[in-house]
Every structure is written in structure tokens, then in C-alpha cells.
Write a protein that binds this ligand. Structure first.
Ligand SMILES: O=c1ccn([C@@H]2O[C@H](COP(=O)(O)OP(=O)(O)O[C@H]3OC[C@@H](O)[C@H](O)[C@H]3O)[C@@H](O)[C@H]2O)c(=O)[nH]1
Length: 444
């Protein structure tokens, strides 16, 4: 009995100790989980605090990014529209640049003339070599200028610096057909002037100088305009009198290759004085001798442009015939001064306008060769040209006396300006070949 009660006491003691350990364990684990929970809560609070402490901008970025992701699909459409608008603006900007290039913002300076002094002046062939230089002077003087050109040998480029000017008007028209405009003065210069050009279409050359001149004289009569006819030294043909005064009647082959021009201009003079006599039209007649200067076409085919282009490219300088034939060369600004003086003068008979300094064509080839720096061209003689006038030099006594005009620009100075111009042309043109009599012959 006593043993049984001792066993029971032992068991009870062991059970007591075990439950004491259990209780202790439970207490400890509960305390740990509380600590973890506290730590987690503290972390979240800290993150909240951190987020609240972020600068406003960063917060917006975070929110923006979320918003943007949501709006991405809406934005795709807007982006496309923006891109389309941008390419449209690019196209328009390009168009504006082209238009700005065509219409210069700054025109050469133009004098202001009151309505009483300001004239309305028609220039036929005004986009050509001589015509465009005349147009420049008339415009700067402050007149209203109407240019008529069929662009057979004229070029828009020669007058494009006036496009859009309120005093300037350009009409693309062939004067072989009638023209109805108002004018106080008419400078009638329209006609091809380079032998290879006027020989290329002889019928057209005659029509321009006969029908075209009739149309312009008719216009002058209708509107009461004074008219200046551009005639030529070629009315003297291959002259038997040297130098040539206006009183010389000439020596022209009426059926030769040059006749379309020579005889065309002779008829033009006859028409002018017929209209003057019968219809009381105020006429002026300028007999223009060989003229040269900037704005001659690289393929003009006349001797000045041919020789300079050949010299600049170190090509053979081609003298037609023996080179002993002579010419006298006038710089274009001098000629223009002469035309203006003739229009203003009261002198109504024909007037020679040219530079009396005379050279053989062989000499002229050497002058150009020596004036082009570093020129290595050879000078060679080729076949002679049919009916080529052998001597030509103007007698300018009438011009000196009645117009108080004589040329001012020396051959050296004029050639220098012309060489500089052709140099520039050469750098911007895909030049293929000079148009020469020789080319024309090989074309037939
Ligand atoms: O490459 C050439 C070109 C021309 N020449 C010669 O140089 C001389 C001048 O010839 P151009 O072709 O320049 O001009 P032309 O004098 O024959 O006619 C000119 O005369 C006066 C104006 O009215 C005209 O512009 C034009 O008809 C001619 O003897 C011609 O045979 C050459 O030796 N080589």
C-alpha cells in the first residue's frame, strides 16, 4: 500500500514538471509571434511614411506611369494624328521655301516715279540677252515694264529677279500673233540674233521680223505709242563701204543663208518708215552691231560665247575661214544706254549702235585665249562660213551727234565681266556642246 502511494506521488511529480515545461513553452512562443506582428506593422507604417514623404513630383511620376499604362491604347491614335500633321507641316514648309526662292523678297532698288513721269513700256524679246538688260534699267528707273517673249531664245531666268514686282509683268506670247496691251513706248527686240539660231528656222525668223513687226507697229498706232525697232548691222550685208555709215544701202544676198535675218530686218525698217509716213507712228530704228556680255547663252553660237566657252574648257578655239574677217564688239550696257538715248531723242532716221574698235577674228581668238588664265587651248582654222561679212565696223558719227552717245566699256573690261559670267555658267550647267555652224551642217 505504502509502495503504491509512493509510485503515485512520483508520477504526479513528473506530470507536474512536464506541464510546467509545457506552460513555459507556450508562454515563450506567444511572446515571439507578437514581436513579429509588431515588426510587420511597423514596416508598413514606415513605407506609408516614406511614400508620404516623397517629393510631389516623384509621386506624380509614379501615378503618371500607372495612368499612362492605362491610357496607352488611347494615345496611339493621337500619336498617329500628330505625325500626320507634322509631315503635312514639313510638306508646306518645303513649298514655302520653293515659293520664296521663286519670288525674291528683295528686288533691286527701284526709283519712285509719279504717275506723270512713269511710263508703261513694252519690251518684246524682254527675256532675251539684250532685252533683259534693257528691262533692268527701265525697272530701276521706276517705269512699268511689260515683257513679251516666246522663249525661243529668251529665258525666264534672265528676268526672274523681277517676278512678283508690282511694276513688272511677263507675258508668254509669240508676237507673230496680235497682242492687245496698253503702252506708252515699245522696244521691239524680239527675234533670234545668233546666225546658227536664225538659220535654224528661217521661215520663223522672217515671220517674226515681218508679221511680228507689223503687229507691233499696228499696236503702236492703236495705242499711240512710240516704237523702237531693233535692226542690225547685217542690213549692210558683206559691206563694200568701210566703216559703215547709216547712209550706206548695203550689199546683201537676198537668197543666201543669212537672208532670212538680213532681209527680214531690212523689211522691218521699211515697215517702220511706212507706218511713220502713212500712219504717223513715232518710230526709232537702231542698227545694232555685234554685242556681247553676261546672259548670253552658253550655246548661243556666236563668236564671243563660243571662244570663251572653248577657252575655259581648254578646247580648240575654232576660227571659221582664214580669220582675217573683222568685227567690232560692243558691251551690252553700252548698247542699252544707246537704245534708251535713241528712244528719248527726236532723231527718227536709223542710227548705228556699236563699238568702233575693230579686230580680226584671228586676233580676237588670241585676245580671249590670253585673257582666260591658264588657257591651254589651240587656235585652229575651220571651213569658211557662206556669205560671212568680211569687214564690219560702225561709223557712229550720227549717234555721237544726235544722241550724245558713245561706248564707255573697253573690250578688256567687258570681256573680263563676260568671262566671269561664263565661268559661273560652266559651274552650274551641264554643258554639252557649243552650237556652231559646223554642228548645224552635220545635222543636215
Ligand atoms: O565659233 C565661231 C563663231 C563665229 N566665228 C566668226 O566670227 C565672226 C562673228 O560671227 P558671229 O556669229 O558672232 O556674228 P556675226 O557678226 O556673223 O553676226 C552678228 O552680226 C550682228 C548682230 O546683229 C547679230 O548678233 C549677228 O547676226 C564671223 O566671221 C564668224 O564666222 C568664228 O570664227 N568661230
Amino acid at each position: 500500500m505504502i509502495r503504491q502511494s509512493l509510485k503515485l506521488r512520483k508520477t504526479l511529480t513528473v506530470l507536474g514538471i512536464v506541464s510546467l515545461f509545457l506552460l513555459l513553452f507556450l508562454i515563450l512562443t506567444r511572446r515571439n509571434s507578437g514581436v513579429h506582428q509588431r515588426i510587420e506593422e511597423e514596416d508598413i507604417q514606415k513605407l506609408d511614411r516614406d511614400f508620404n514623404d516623397l517629393p510631389k513630383k516623384d509621386k506624380l511620376i509614379n501615378m503618371d506611369m500607372e495612368d499612362k499604362m492605362q491610357q496607352n491604347s488611347d494615345n496611339d491614335g493621337t500619336k498617329r494624328e500628330l505625325q500626320e500633321a507634322k509631315s503635312r507641316i514639313d510638306q508646306l514648309e518645303k513649298k514655302i521655301a520653293i515659293l520664296e526662292g521663286r519670288v525674291p523678297q528683295k528686288y533691286p532698288e527701284v526709283k519712285f516715279l509719279g504717275y506723270k513721269e512713269r511710263k508703261r513700256i513694252l519690251v518684246t524679246g524682254g527675256a532675251g540677252f539684250v532685252g533683259s538688260h534693257l528691262v533692268d534699267v527701265l525697272m530701276t528707273q521706276g517705269h512699268e515694264v511689260i515683257v513679251v517673249d516666246n522663249f525661243f531664245t529668251g529665258r525666264k531666268r534672265n528676268v526672274e529677279h523681277w517676278f512678283g514686282h508690282r511694276n513688272f509683268e511677263m507675258i508668254h506670247h509669240d508676237i507673230v500673233n496680235p497682242l492687245y496691251v496698253e503702252a506708252d513706248e515699245i522696244y521691239h527686240l524680239a527675234s533670234p540674233a545668233s546666225p546658227p539660231h536664225y538659220m535654224q528656222n528661217p521661215v520663223k525668223t522672217i515671220k517674226t521680223n515681218t508679221l511680228g513687226t507689223i503687229n507691233m507697229l499696228g499696236l503702236a498706232r492703236r495705242v499711240g505709242a512710240k516704237i523702237l525697232i531693233a535692226s542690225t548691222s547685217e542690213v549692210y550685208g558683206d559691206p563694200m563701204v568701210h566703216p559703215q555709215p547709216e547712209s550706206y544701202w548695203g550689199h546683201v544676198n537676198p537668197i543666201g543663208p543669212r537672208a532670212c535675218y538680213d532681209e527680214g530686218k531690212r523689211v522691218a525698217e521699211t515697215l517702220a518708215y511706212s507706218y511713220a509716213k502713212q500712219e504717223k507712228v513715232a518710230v526709232r530704228v537702231a542698227r545694232i552691231f555685234n554685242t556681247y556680255g553676261p546672259r548670253m547663252h552658253v550655246s548661243d553660237g556666236r563668236v564671243v560665247s563660243n571662244f570663251i566657252m572653248q577657252a575655259l574648257q581648254n578646247l580648240t578655239i575654232t576660227v571659221y575661214g582664214n580669220g582675217k574677217q573683222t568685227r567690232s564688239f560692243c558691251y551690252v550696257s553700252d548698247l542699252v544706254d544707246g537704245l534708251l538715248a535713241l528712244m528719248a531723242a527726236n532723231y527718227t532716221l536709223p542710227v548705228n549702235l556699236g563699238n568702233p574698235v575693230e579686230n580680226t577674228i584671228q586676233e580676237f581668238a588670241m585676245i580671249i585665249k590670253n585673257q582666260v588664265p591658264g588657257c591651254r587651248s589651240m587656235v585652229a582654222k575651220g571651213a569658211p562660213v557662206e556669205d560671212d561679212p568680211q569687214r564690219r565696223r560702225p561709223d557712229i558719227t550720227v549717234a555721237k551727234e544726235h544722241l550724245h552717245w558713245e561706248p564707255k566699256v573697253s573690250l578688256q573690261e567687258g570681256l573680263q565681266r563676260t568671262i566671269d559670267y561664263f565661268k559661273e555658267e560652266l559651274s552650274r550647267t551641264t554643258f554639252q556642246n557649243n552650237q556652231t555652224y559646223m554642228n548645224m551642217k552635220s545635222q543636215h
